[in-house]
Design a protein around this ligand. Structure first.
Ligand SMILES: [Zn+2]
Length: 204
C-alpha cells in the first residue's frame, strides 16, 4: 500500500481510496494526481493513500464486519494514528449501482441517506455512521465521494479534493463547496441534518 505524506502544518488531512473490491483501480489514479500537487498546495499535514486495496473481497463499509477485514483495520489504523480533522474517502461504483446509491429509499433499505449527484455521476455523502461516531468528532469534516467506474471524472473529483487541500477550516471548505454546487450541497446538507438530527451543528 502506497502512502504519501507532506507535512507542513499540524492539522491532518487524510485522503484515502480503494477501501474494498477493485475500486482502488479507479481511485488510485485520481489520488496520485492529487499527491503530485499536494506538496506545494497546503500548509497542513497531508496523508494520501491512493488505494488501500485494488483487489480484496467486497465487504460494505456500512457493516461492522468491514472493520474486522484487513482493509478495514488498515483504515481505522490510519485514522487512529493520524487523527485527521479533514477526511476524504473515495470509492468507485458501477453504473448498475447508481439507482441504489441515490435512491430516496436508501435510508429505509440501507440505514443511511442517499448519495447526492454533483453532476456527471460524481456522488457525495456522509461516511459510514459506525466510523463517524467511533473515530471522529462533530467538528471534523468527513466526506465520502463515489466516482463512476465507467467513465473518467478525475477533473470533477480533483476540484473537490483540491479545495480540501487548500481550505484551512471546515467552514471555509463548506462555503466553497456551496458556491461550486449550490443545489447539490443544499440537498446533501438537508439529508445530513435529517439523519444526524441532534448531534451535528454542521454537515459532513
Ligand atoms: Zn466502495
Amino acid at each position: 500500500m502506497k502512502l504519501y505524506r507532506f507535512r507542513s502544518g499540524s492539522v491532518c488531512k487524510l485522503f484515502v481510496g480503494g477501501l474494498h473490491g477493485d475500486e482502488g483501480l479507479y481511485t488510485a489514479p485520481v489520488l496520485e494526481i492529487l499527491a503530485g500537487e499536494a506538496e506545494t498546495a497546503s500548509d497542513a499535514d497531508i496523508i494520501i493513500v491512493p488505494a488501500i486495496t485494488t483487489g480484496a473481497p467486497y465487504t460494505g463499509v456500512l457493516s461492522e464486519a468491514y472493520y474486522h477485514t484487513r482493509e478495514g483495520m488498515i483504515l481505522t489504523g490510519l485514522i487512529k494514528r493520524y487523527k485527521p480533522r479533514f477526511y476524504f474517502e473515495l470509492h468507485a461504483y458501477s453504473e448498475k449501482s447508481y439507482s441504489r446509491l441515490t435512491s430516496a429509499g436508501r435510508e429505509e433499505i440501507e440505514g443511511v441517506p442517499p448519495f447526492v449527484d454533483l453532476g456527471k455521476h460524481v456522488l457525495i455523502g456522509s461516511i459510514a455512521p459506525v466510523l463517524r461516531n467511533k473515530l471522529f468528532s462533530t467538528g471534523d469534516f468527513c466526506l465520502t465521494i463515489e466516482l463512476p467506474n465507467w467513465k473518467s471524472t478525475a477533473e470533477e473529483v480533483l476540484q473537490i479534493l483540491r479545495l480540501g487541500l487548500l481550505c484551512r477550516t471546515k467552514r471555509e471548505l463548506l462555503t466553497q463547496l456551496r458556491m461550486m454546487y449550490p443545489e447539490s450541497l443544499e440537498r446533501a446538507e438537508k439529508l445530513f441534518h435529517q439523519y444526524y438530527r441532534s448531534i451535528a451543528p454542521e454537515p459532513f
